[in-house]
Write a new protein. Structure first.
Lengths: 258, 361
């Protein structure tokens, strides 16, 4: 039992630590000051933050509806929301490409409004939102479900309107799970690769003047074809982010259970 | 304070009927207890009256006004739940103040009114604590104070004592009854506890599946049930039978129940041959060793088939000669003085006035 567990942990840990061994501190420092890498960091932070804010705006209301209401077709919507989590990101990328392309109905309409999406940083946000939003819906839904429905009823009977009750009772009590979901969505968004690669034009940027369409994950893939140490630097940044955020969201969920 | 009038209320969840053409009238300032088994739809009825759920059909009136379309926050209904439903992230003070803040009252008014209600329920010393830090009895006082702070015209209590210890429960019953009388709030109190219903109610409505079976004063419900359902629910002995003869003076009648001829108090409107149910409360059934010295009209031989001892009394089930069973409630003293044991042959005796009859529908 112990041996198997040990082997399993080693299998997970070794490749990850090995990334760090493939560089030196000075090389890492030099690489992350590279304008291309810096721009990828910038693009990644901006896009995943925007995508996860959209996740909050649209995901929490949906989570509330799913947690509190019963309606025909609920199971269908439930499945639909989980789909992006189990779908290969390349399918998501293809799906978005087919709808946002210049000759498609949606794409051409958006283009006519002067709002090109495909092959811009906007497409990155769309791809990240598409792939990562289930995290916030799931987490927020579980958090809202755990708030006793009688508390909401009590608030309503005491004179609170629907939104006042939501703001003063449901959201404060579910906030741990909602924030945890937001963080998980952010982390998933910043790690998004497949769909992003397909819908953005993958133009390297130059920090600070030129905003490109490399994100950290796509930068790893494209840099690794010509300079491995740049890819390693990007990978280490993502590794640190993933590590910190996993810990953070776990702590939030533990706090919520108390 | 308004009277409440519920008219032909129907509500179903996913095809399961919970309330069916339910009618109920509660007078102004009255405390009406709805007594019924778990799952008969009592809580749903309260939710609909509070506006938290919408009925499928039927109307609810406060006085003469239909309130179907008034949202819960505008109905001015106080609600108290079985699980207290206090806001765990707020202090006792904040919980009680909630309804006033939701109405946008000024800080000084909130402080004053909350203070009054905290004093009324003797929980002022708890105002800085969180619900998780106080006992169940204290939590229910807070819940009541929170409901009263909005000065509701109608108070709805959903099994408010069932999560509390017996001692606290008995104390709170009396206190809530006093507060309700003092403030004169029209109140509907839902419970499955017979003692609670008897002690607290102005009137009791017994609820069966989906509907109200009987409404009456506590004594009427417990001593003069009108249907087999209510009689069984309040623990009376129920026999099916038919009227054999009516006394010429019009006071008593003879009833045949499975070969047993009983003498019962005459009920108006019954004729010879009518099929009836008869009800006898266990505490009106006496257990005696010899039939000779009793002046009562109903004396039957039987043998004891089971004894259930309770605090202060015992329930004895006797199998009669026609193999019907009857339950008698006797004191612990009687149990030992008569040395009652399972299998022992004894007589049961009950007065004609203790036998109630109701025509079967």
């Amino acid at each position: 039992m112990l041996t198997l567990s040990g082997l399993f942990i080693l299998f997970l840990a070794l490749p990850l630590f090995n990334i760090v061994l493939n560089t030196t501190l000075s090389e890492f420092w030099r690489q992350i000051q590279d304008p291309v890498v810096l721009d990828a960091v910038r693009v990644s932070f901006i896009t995943s933050t925007v995508a996860s804010i959209f996740g909050l705006i649209f995901g929490v209301p949906l989570a509330y509806v799913l947690a509190r209401k019963n309606f025909p077709g609920k199971i269908f919507i439930d499945t639909l929301i989980d789909l992006p989590m189990v779908l290969p990101p390349s399918v998501a990328g293809l799906a978005l490409w087919l709808i946002l392309g210049p000759r498609t109905l949606v794409g051409s309409w958006l283009g006519a409004q002067g709002f090109q999406v495909l092959f811009t940083w906007r497409a990155i946000i769309v791809a990240q939102f598409f792939v990562a939003s289930p995290f916030i819906v799931r987490s927020a839904r579980a958090a809202i479900e755990s708030v006793d429905v009688n508390l909401e009823k009590a608030a309503r009977s005491l004179g609170a309107g629907r939104f006042y009750a939501l703001r003063t009772v449901v959201l404060p009590m579910a906030s741990g799970g909602i924030v945890a979901g937001w963080i998980m969505m952010w982390a998933r968004a910043i790690g998004e690769f497949g769909a992003t690669l397909m819908v953005s034009s993958n133009v390297p940027g130059m920090f600070p003047q030129v905003l490109g369409t490399y994100t950290l994950p796509t930068a790893i893939y494209l840099l690794f074809l010509w300079t491995i140490s740049g890819a390693v630097a990007c990978a280490i940044i993502l590794l640190i982010i993933a590590f910190l955020f996993s810990i953070l969201s776990k702590r939030l969920l533990i706090k919520r259970r108390k | 304070m308004p009277s409440i009038h519920v008219d032909k209320l129907t509500k179903a969840y996913n095809g399961n009927t919970v309330l069916k053409d339910l009618n109920l009238n509660v007078k102004s300032r009255e405390l009406m207890v709805i007594l019924g088994p778990t799952g008969c739809g009592k809580s749903t009825l309260l939710n609909v009256i509070a506006g938290l759920e919408r009925q499928d059909s039927g109307n609810i009136f406060f006085d003469n006004e239909i309130i179907n379309d008034i949202p819960p926050e505008k109905r001015n209904v106080g609600l108290v739940f079985q699980n207290f439903a206090l806001f765990p992230h707020m202090t006792v003070f904040e919980n009680v103040a909630y309804g006033l803040k939701a109405r946008g009252k000024s800080k000084s008014e909130v402080g004053q009114v909350v203070g009054e209600k905290l004093s009324l329920l003797e929980i002022k010393h708890l105002q800085g604590k969180y619900p998780g830090e106080i006992s169940g009895g204290e939590q229910q006082r807070v819940a009541l104070a929170r409901a009263l702070v909005i000065e509701p015209e109608v108070l709805l209590l959903d099994e408010p004592f069932s999560n509390l210890d017996a001692r606290i429960r008995e104390q709170l019953r009396i206190e809530i009854r006093e507060v309700q009388k003092k403030l004169g709030i029209t109140t509907i109190h839902v419970t499955h506890d017979h003692t609670e219903a008897y002690v607290m109610a102005d009137r009791i409505a017994v609820m069966g599946d989906n509907r109200i079976e009987q409404v009456g004063l506590p004594d009427e419900i417990f001593y003069r049930p009108e249907s087999e359902y209510v009689a069984k629910f309040v623990g009376a002995n129920v026999f099916k039978g038919a009227v054999v003869s009516l006394d010429s003076k019009g006071e008593v009648m003879k009833v045949n129940s499975n070969g047993l001829i009983l003498t019962a108090l005459l009920q108006e409107g019954l004729r010879v041959g009518d099929p009836i149910n008869i009800f006898i409360r266990p505490e009106n059934v006496f257990v005696i060793l010899e039939p000779s010295h009793m002046s009562v009209r109903n004396i039957f031989k039987g043998s004891i088939s089971s004894i259930v001892e309770m605090r202060g009394s015992a329930k004895i089930t006797i199998t009669l000669e026609n193999s019907s069973e009857i339950t008698a409630e006797v004191t612990k003293e009687a149990l030992s003085e008569l040395s009652l044991k399972i299998g022992k042959s004894i007589y049961v005796a009950f007065k004609a006035t203790a036998v109630r009859a109701a025509k079967t529908s």
